[in-house]
Design a binder for this molecule. Structure first.
Ligand code: ARG
Length: 398
């Protein structure tokens, strides 16, 4: 009888490399790997490694464009920053990885998909729930969740099976894509300890950043960034460019003690240079282009949206509905934002919008003022009416 096929999401790291062998042994199956590039992936050696370890086939997919256009930019428009700190790079990547996995599993007739997420994190939830949303009958195997080894035991298994430990295997656990890099474990587990400099790869230490500020101008069309300093850029290139520019100025470091879905508080470091810059720019442009009520409602939606993404509920009607509201708010979010990147700080220093709601002739204290100052008297009289009424009845409440 021919062996069953299991499709494994493969990063090339130690965990998923061990998964190849473990699945072959434990399930007596052919293991086909799928490596998905959401940015920062050097595909050829990863593919070769999967084959060397014994994968029956090693598939690859370039998901960068889809990731930025359909996951990152909608989240940017929503202002999705989990617990006001984390731009959700890892969390946004998981549903797309699950989507590619389910599609490929159908193509290769796999009986199950497998991934290397641990049993303690959010990612297992995002992967399993997303896969189930796309194929309610999918079977998901999470070897790391099942084998329950500590690091030493895993290294022993790797050695016994001739699996090389990647040289980059540091004391941290990391995940990265175009929208950011997530770093945890090791020394970072002490929330009181300052993150060692070697935790960071994309952002320069302040001492190594240029003494002169870098100015950057970002143009948005309907809430989507399209030009940098007047130059048109594709979505992927634009994010890469800002990661580089901001990272060189030490912008984009985030130190977050977060509330995981599985009930644990965990300290994670993030590097998201483009994320920090784009969220600051986008938010600033909205100050000109949204009404007070829209802006207020949008902060409520932003919080809900970021929880939905963080909690693995991307492929749901609820997320679609929130996205529709957000998309509707973005139709006039068009204009330019100028920012100064300097010594770890990203500061918006100017914004303009052709169809903005800011009116200089209403705001000015100089000549040209068109605001009717005398009309304020009547406004205040009625606005303050319930306060005066209450004061007359309950003077002790003032
Ligand atoms: N805490 C982040 C999240 O839940 C990142 C998870 C992956 N982090 C890692 N260092 N492997 O989205």
């Amino acid at each position: 009888m021919p062996k069953d096929t299991i499709l494994l999401a493969y990063s090339g790291g130690l965990d998923t490399s061990v998964c190849v062998k473990w699945l072959q042994e434990k399930h007596n199956a052919n293991v086909v790997t799928l490596t998905i590039d959401l940015g920062m992936v050097d595909m050829a050696p990863i593919r070769q490694r999967a084959l060397d370890i014994g994968a029956a086939d090693a598939l690859t997919v370039d998901g960068r464009e889809e990731f930025v256009k359909n996951y990152v930019f909608p989240a940017l428009q929503a202002g999705a920053v989990y617990e006001e700190q984390y731009p959700l790079a890892t969390a946004l990547g998981r549903p797309l990885i699950a989507k590619y996995m389910v599609e490929a599993a159908h193509r290769v007739n796999a009986v199950a998909i497998a991934h290397g997420c641990t049993g303690k994190g959010n990612d297992q939830v995002r992967m399993d729930v997303s896969a189930g949303a796309l194929d309610p009958n999918v079977k998901v195997i999470a070897p790391v969740r099942e084998w329950g080894w500590n690091r030493e035991e895993e290294l022993e298994y790797a050695a016994a099976h001739g699996i090389e430990v990647p040289p980059s295997n540091s004391s941290y656990s990391t995940d990265e894509n175009l929208w950011g890099r997530s770093i945890e474990a090791g020394e970072l587990e002490d929330p009181w300890a300052e993150p060692p400099e070697d935790a960071y790869l994309w952002t320069k230490a302040i001492a190594e950043t240029p003494d002169d500020p870098t100015y950057v101008e970002i143009s948005f069309q309907g809430g989507i960034p399209t030009l940098i300093d007047g130059e048109e850029m594709g979505a992927v290139q634009l994010v890469e460019h800002l990661n580089d520019l901001a990272g060189r100025n030490g912008v984009g470091r985030i130190d977050h003690v977060e509330n995981r879905l599985v009930g644990i508080k965990s300290r994670e470091i993030y590097e998201s240079p483009a994320g920090v810059v784009l969220h600051a720019a986008h938010k600033s442009l909205e100050t000109l282009t949204l009404s007070k009520d829209q802006a207020r409602m949008k902060t409520i939606v932003a919080q809900e949206y970021s929880d939905v993404v963080y909690n693995g509920l991307w492929f749901t009607a609820h997320r679609r509905d929130l996205t529709s509201y957000v998309a509707s708010t973005q139709r006039h979010v068009t204009g330019d934002v100028r920012l100064r990147l300097h010594k770890g700080n990203c500061t918006v220093v100017g914004r303009k919008a052709p169809k903005g709601l800011y009116s200089h002739s209403l705001a000015t204290y100089d000549r040209g003022d068109v605001f009717d100052h005398r009309a304020s008297e009547g406004f205040i009289s009625i606005y303050g009416l319930p306060v005066r009424t209450q004061a007359a009845q309950h003077p002790e409440d003032a």
